[in-house]
Structures are given as C-alpha cells and as structure tokens.
Design a protein around this ligand. Sequence first.
Ligand code: GLN
Ligand code: ZN
Length: 753
Amino acid sequence: MIHNLGFPRFGAQRELKFALERYWRGELSQHELLAVGHELRLRHWQLQQDAGVALIPVGDFAYYDHMLNMSTLLGHIPARHRNEGGSYDLDCYFRMARGRAPTGTPAPACEMTKWFDTNYHYIVPELEADTTFAITDESLFNQVADAQQAGFHVKPVLVGPVTYLYLSKGEGDRLAWLDRLLPVYQQILQRLKTMGVEWVQIDEPALVMELDADWQAAYARAYEALSGQGVKLLLTTYFDDVLAHRELIEALPVEGVHIDVTRGDDQWEWLETFPQDKLLSVGGIDGRNIWKTDLNTLRGRLLKLHADRGENLWLAPSCSLLHVPLDLSLEDKLDPTIRQWMAFARQKLDELKLLHDSLKDAAVVDSEIWQTHARAVESRKTAALIHDPAVQERLKETKNLSVERQSPFAVRKQAQQAWMKLPLLPTTTIGSFPQTPEIRKARRDYRQGVLPEHDYVAAMQAEIAHVVKVQEELDIDVLVHGEPERNDMVEYFGEQLKGYTFTQHGWVQSYGSRMVKPPIIYGDVSRPAPMTVEWSKYAQSLTSRPMKGMLTGPITMLQWAFVRDDQPRSLTARQIALAIRDEVQDLEAAGIKVIQIDEPALREGLPLKKSRWAAYLDWAVHAFKLSANGVADDTQIHTHMCYAEFNDIIDAIEALDADVISIETSRSRMELLQAFVEHAYPNDIGPGVWDIHSPNVPETDEMIALLEKAIEVIPVERLWVNPDCGLKTRGWAEVKPALVNMVAAAKTLRARY
Ligand code: GLN
Ligand code: ZN
C-alpha cells in the first residue's frame, strides 16, 4: 500500500502565503483565511488520492508550523500569548509564532529554530516548571472530520511525545515533563479512535539522533503508555538512519514503523530481518531532494521484502514532502534535458505509484512509462551536460594543491597593515546596503529586457558611487560596494556558474509564510567568466580606501541549494571552491586586496549525528581554504557568519585561518563571543554591535558598552567594529544614523585605548 507522510501546504500559486500575509495586515478576515486553508487541504488531499495514495496524511497542514500545531493541540501555550482570561484562538497561535496578531496584545514571540538538518524552521515549545497540558486546539479533530466527510481514508499525523520534548527548551531535564504529557497524548489517540481512525502516524525523528540512555528509556516508557489506546501507531522516523536504535525500535509496542532508507548507512539488511509482527513502511523516494528515483534499483531491493511481507509492507516517501516544491509540471523554462531528471512532490507520488504497481505486477517494468522513466535516470549518469571533462581535469590537477596561506597570521597582519594603515578598532560593514525599490525595479527591468544593459550598469554604478560616498563621509575604514546588483547571495553566483539551474515555481517553506526557491546544482560546477570583478574594480576606482570584494563561500553555495545526489557533497563543494578560488584570484589581480567570503551556512551543514561531524568539517574547511587561501600575504581575507552555535565549530573556524571574521553577536550581548575566547581564537574578529534584524537605531553608548565587553576578553588590537550582518533589509533612515553612531563608538574607544 502507498501512504504519504506530509504534503506541501502553500498551493501552486503560494495561495496560503498571500492569504496569511493579508490576514496579518488586516486585509483578510479570519473567516476568509480559514476558507483558503480549507480549500487547500481539500485540494491537496484529492491530489494525493488521485495519485494513488491510499492513506492520506491529515494534520500535516499548518497555518505556520506543525510543531506549533502540536503545542496548541496540547494546550502548551505560554501565558503571554493567551487571550485575556486565558482562552485560546487562532490569533494566540500567531502571537506565539510572530509576537503579534490582528487581535490581542503583542508579546515576544517564541524562539524559532531549524527542524533537524532542513532549512525549515519550527517554533520551539517553552517548558516551564508550571507547564501543564490539556487538549486545547480542536483543529486536528476538525480536519480529520472534514477529510472523512469528504470521503478520504485518513491517517492523522502527530509529533510524538519524545521528539516533542527533545525539540523543546526548558530548564534541566526536559524528560521531567513526559509524565504530564503522556495522558494528553492518550486522550488525543482516544478521541481519534472514536472518530473511526485506524492508523495514526506518530513522528519521532529524534530517533535518528544519538540518544543517551535516558532518552532511549523515555521511548520505552512513552510508547508503553500510548499503546492500547485503540488506534494503530505508525512510529515514523526520517532524515537519517536509526541503526543505533534498532533493538529499541523493534521492542516498542507499536503496530508499525517507517524507516527512511535514503540516508545514512545502508539499512536494508536490517529491514530484511525486521519483525513480522510489525508493519514496515519503507521510505525510498527522497523527500529532501528533487531528483527522480532510480526505480529499478529501489525495486530490486524491495522485491524480497515484498515477497516476505506482502501487505505488511507499505511504501512512502522518505519524509514529508514539505521539503520539496509542489509540481514540476509548472516549470516550462527549465532545460528539458535537466527537467527530465527531476521530480517534485506530485511527481514523487507518481513514482511511488509506479514502484508499487511494479511490485504487484512485473509487467509494469516493461511499460512505456517505466521505461521512459528509467531512460531518464540512466541518461543522467553519462550526460555531457553534467559531466564536464574540463572540471574533472582541473580536480585532478589541483589534487595536491596546498590550501595554506604562505605565512602565519602574524606575518600576514604586518604585511596587510603596511599598506592598509588601519586605525585601532577599524570599522567596516558586512556587504549589502539598503535595497531600495528603485534598485529592485532596475534589476527586474533589466532581467525582463525592459532596461538595456548599458542603462542597468549605469544605474548600479550610480548606486555604488552613492554607497562609496556615504561610507567616506561616515569615515568608515574598509568600504564595500553595497551589493545592489545581487538579488540573493547564492542566486547571484549560481546564475553565473555552470552546473547550476533555477526554477520558476520551486518554492519551499522556510518558516511561517516565508518561502525560498533553492537553486539546483545539477552538474559539474565551473566559472565561465569573472562574476564580481567589474563591480568591485569600479567601486575601488572611486576611493583610495580599501574596498572589500564580496563573495559567497562554497559551503553556503552548497548548503542553500538542492544538490546533485550522484556524487558526494564534498566533491561538489570542491568544485564550487575552485570556481570561487578563480574569482578570488581575479579580484586580487584587479587590485582588490581585501576579500570577504561569507559562510553563514557552515554550522548548519553539520550532520545530525555527532560521529559524522569531524568528517564534514574536514572537507568543509578544506573547501573554504581552497577558495580563499591562494592569495599573497598582504591580501586580507575576511569571512562572515550569522547567528550560530559557534561552540560546535570553533576549531573549524580557527582552521579556516581567515584574517578577519565578522559574526552576529549584538543580540546575545557578546555571549556568542565566548566560544572564541575559550578557544583562544588567534586571528582578528569583528563582533557585531548592531542588531540589524531590528528596526531600532542603536545609540553610540550601547555600542561602546558592547565593545567594552569584547575588549575585556579579546585584545583590542584584534577587534573590528561592524554591524551583525548585511544591511539590505534595512532602510537608509536607520542605516545612516546607526553607522554614524557606530563610527563614533569606534573613535571614542580609540581615544581610550
Ligand atoms: N554579504 C552579505 C550581505 O551583506 C552577507 C549576508 C549574510 O550573511 N546572510 O548581505
Ligand atoms: Zn550575516
């Protein structure tokens, strides 16, 4: 049988996004918003049923986030977000997510963080000593009733209790809340039973993590309590292998288990001996990437399981299809050769159906549709578009290339200072300046062919000249050109690199109503021509101060894209690194002797299992160094990282050996600097002193106070003064006064030290 674990929520035209944003702005009534949600759910259930899905997930839909749904279902709603008198409604839900809603009193939003190793963000449940749970939000039950009424065979989806606590935040041992939580889960299951539900999908992706004994024991305890409530439980894991917990899983009193077989070590051997008294759901269609499945290989592996288990085997995507775009058939501008290799959510369900049919009837393998699919998959293995001999040659040639700088940091610093003549506490910014409506319009018009190239270049140069003049007037020490020509820090480079392509409608939810359209790396990556040199040269020609060239690093280029799955990520990273290396060297040759290579995604690339961290960091660091370190001693390499748990990667950051790193530290009041202090980070650091995610203009004194905190723990000679991140989302009305204050703060402290 075929089932599905979850489906994209937003609709082909991103209907939910626009409805949500209009509702938040007060332009749509709650009734109208709910109607959009209702219509989308019905449409998507129908679509899944038509594709052959026999058991339709319900409860995977969310107006903001499915973890948040779970919190409100459990009545786990912070007092500050409840209505006066303690009642709950949809606006409480939005206040938890965003801090505000059309009704009710604004209150600080709950934290948001990444859902495992995806780019999806969930709302973090807050556990307090007095937290209690009680069924509160009726949405799940209403949606199940709706689906049943419409005639769908449904499988409600819940986040399981252990994963729920694993992803929560609270003082001390989070498992202390388990006993309070379980009775409410029991009640939820009982209510679903009275509605006639047979199977409940209970998501426990925390099982792919390395769990200590307490957490393992919690699984036994939790599922002991949840079994026997009258519904069958499908314990669902995804995003990695669960081999470390195979005995635990086999012993849990659940009726079925779903395993993601697309990731991690091979689990097939285990599955062949998986207990027959449990239903086994195999997720062999990758829900995290956009490539067609090699159905012949997958079928070959499933044949024995199918022979052994018959109807005791279900097929599904590896995880919820939330993480892939909805429908490839909307893409009419993609190169047809590349397009034939791809499958989005709808196409993945079609693959599933085909696979399922082929297990029941071997003749399906001879059908035209199977054969066409197989030919497409086969053609990808040898296609000239993907396999570029020049890139392969380059990889060979550079195999033993040193990625170290010529001299140690102390020597480089002198060589750089000899020409840069920087004051103490030099000031700079992270790259982008405000992207005004005029800039966006010029870019759009140019793209659409309305604005001739010559006029476009003139418009961008005028903007660069403006930004340079402003920075000189502000007396900033190391300037930037402002990045007006860039829509996005990955897309801008991806569009100029061979091996990358872009969709028109390939939207994926990142958080709330925010959708992103990740680029697709389909083939060997190379750089046909310089990407930024002309802009940087122009900017440098306008000033005698040092101008920073601005690039995106190989790991971020990789991490924020759909990546080819026919070679290791490390190899793709190396190809990208070589392309960036060429750009670095061209910038240097053009007289740009300060070059920043942003790597905000280094931390998020960490594998889920700590045992795999070292291997990842090894190739990630190597890729960065390959891109950056082929320069002369007196060329200054900067890198930049946004907010992150730097502790986990501090050794890797040190190994990058960038001359300067700028980081986001102002909101944490320099707490994030601690990792650098404890590890005696040796090179220069620019801890951000202006929280650019807030519209507030920081006062000089605030920034002085932050810098004083930094000076207490890092020698003042190694500190830079800069904002937390790029300024592209801010307006000039905030940027100018904030930078005036920032420069004043630096000057005040120069006089002090
Ligand atoms: N250079 C980029 C900018 O300033 C960096 C953005 C980022 O770190 N996310 O916009
Ligand atoms: Zn940043």
